[in-house]
Design a protein. Sequence first.
Length: 201
Amino acid sequence: MSTFNSNDDILTLLIHLGYLSYCTNSETVRIPNEEVKGEFVNSIEDLEGWDTVVSAIHSSEQLLQAIWNKNADVVAESIGKVHEQNTSILAYNDENSLSCVLSLALYTANKYYTIIRELPTGKGYADLVFIPRKKFADKPAMVVELKWNKTVSGAISQIKEKNYISALNEYDGNLLLVGVNYDKGTKMHECVIETFKKARN
């Protein structure tokens, strides 16, 4: 409880105390429920020394609002900032690393959405799918396709051509198609957001 030699030691303690849950299949940890998430946010907002974490949470909320508002330039800039803050712990050389950055950037989206990575569809796997929770049914569902050193237009085209939207058979409402690309040459992120109205089959 008082001696830690690595980040793993801290995560292990939090799992044993019940503040985090561990998935053996994906070998990942997460905050297990909304009540614990809420208490976590409340506790760090009242304590000194948590400025960085509080700032990250607020930035995540602003990023989510930018996506809802289809402000692609702000989205790209925000993802870039999260990338810069985590370059020391993340090798940034493929779409998987881009997915990790986006997951960090959109941490607070867990409040509003069930988030599925690599959702199987009829013609492939959608990188990230955000399905609104019941009490946030007014929020749009989101299908996100990530590209590394390619094009954002190609990301949107892939969503449509491979019919990733078909994976949301039970969803009836507004849908945002989000394409994100990282250009290795310019070291910049790009984003395109389109609205799609989906009717339940």
